[in-house]
Design a binder for this molecule. Structure first.
Ligand code: GLA
Length: 385
């Protein structure tokens, strides 16, 4: 009798589940024409990688600003905004086709992980275990290795929908992938707000202690035209100190005052004004005033007087890598065939300090099982002149 009762309950439960699935199914097939049109404007085919479909998603806000993102590398492929004359163009470097990303370009617009920037000698220790990573930048490890998070296909767990310009990407980085310990479960959500802010929320958990340092590697050029360099852009960074580096761009461990050096961006200063005094150009981590925070605060402002555009960077991270596009050399071509020359884009990568796993005095980057990695960064573009 008991058995019969139980199976009756099970059948009723299954019927209910079936019913609700059916409901969902029919809801999606009875979309109105305009919803279907909106959907196709929000997602378009972008090719295939490793047998997996790549889609380009479009986030559009009420002002008509548009950010395009692909599930390959979580790459921001364009961010179209108006300049002071109302002309619309992209403020980030990127491509309109997948092949250009497979070449690959130096991390254009991509999500970076498991560990952003360099780890000296591609080695670190946790407890008694030494881990060896790919030496993909001279003798050092850079941006997660040979196949970092910028080169994997992310699952789309929430696609943008009408009135919700937001996308959630998920990636499970397996234990020992690229040499890192632990299964790292990562979720990143991009949202474009009506104030033309691109909000990036990063979350991760692990089942073994592992270094984690996630960031986005967009190259900004506020003129919206890659024919121009960023040398006339004015930059301000709220940092009294930076981390000087050796020849391999590994921090020496010192936190050095920027005062009286070409690294001082406490007041708005043209990037080109003192770049000649910095061998190789800017490629340095700034020690943001206030350290790691639990709330967003503005850490950098970039402006361009020609377009009238301004970029504001807010983060919870303790560091900011200012990279002035020194390694761009004209080899890559833009969508219109323009050679992408040195200093035609700059990165402001919110992060923990490079080589933290080997530098005990730097803020900790080891995520433990049971802990939650959570950090947010906002890039806000506006017209101010
Ligand atoms: C980061 C690094 C640079 C360079 C670029 C990609 O910004 O700090 O040295 O590797 O990424 O080219």
């Amino acid at each position: 009798m008991k058995k019969i009762k139980l199976s009756f309950l099970a059948i009723t439960a299954l019927a209910l589940i079936g019913f609700s699935c059916g409901n969902n199914g029919s809801a999606s097939t009875t979309q109105t024409d305009s919803a279907t049109t909106n959907q196709s404007q929000m997602a378009n085919d972008f090719g295939e990688v490793d047998g997996k479909k790549i889609t380009q998603y479009t986030l559009t806000n009420k002002a008509g600003d548009e950010v395009k993102i692909i599930n390959y590398g979580g790459i921001v492929t364009s961010w179209i905004t108006a300049d002071k004359s109302g002309n619309r163009s992209s403020v980030v470097l990127g491509f309109d086709n997948l092949d250009s990303y497979l070449t690959p370009p130096p991390y254009f617009g991509a999500l970076i992980g498991r560990f952003g920037n360099r780890i000296a000698g591609g080695k670190f220790k946790i407890g008694d275990s030494t881990y060896t990573l790919a030496a993909n930048n001279g003798r050092n490890h850079l941006h997660g290795g040979n196949k970092g998070f910028d080169k994997v296909v992310w699952d789309v767990t929430a696609a943008p929908s009408a009135g919700n310009p937001s996308i959630t990407l998920h990636y499970l980085s397996k234990d020992m992938e690229e040499g890192y310990p632990g299964n790292l479960d990562v979720t990143v959500t991009y949202t474009l707000t009506d104030a033309n802010e691109l909000r990036i929320v990063y979350d991760a958990t692990t089942d073994k202690a592992t270094p984690v340092n996630l960031t986005n590697h967009s190259y900004f050029n506020l003129t919206g035209d890659v024919a121009n360099t960023i040398l006339a852009h004015k930059l301000q960074i709220a940092a009294d100190r930076y981390t000087p580096v050796d020849r391999g761009l590994i921090p020496t461990g010192e936190l050095k005052a920027v005062a009286g050096t070409p690294f001082d961006f406490n007041g708005p200063t043209a990037i080109g004004a003192r770049i000649a005094q910095v061998p190789g150009g800017y490629d340095h981590n700034y020690v943001l005033n206030g350290g790691k925070t639990t709330a967003l605060r503005t850490v950098a402002t970039l402006s361009d007087s020609v377009s009238g555009r301004q970029l504001e960077v807010q983060t919870m991270e303790p560091g900011l890598q200012f990279y002035s596009g020194n390694f761009l050399d004209g080899t890559l071509k833009s969508n219109s065939g323009q050679a992408i020359q040195k200093h035609t884009g700059l990165c402001l990568e919110t992060q923990h300090f490079p080589d933290s796993p080997n530098q005990p005095s730097f803020p900790n980057t080891i995520l433990q099982p049971g802990q939650k990695y959570h950090t947010e960064t906002v890039y806000k573009v506006s017209v101010v002149q």
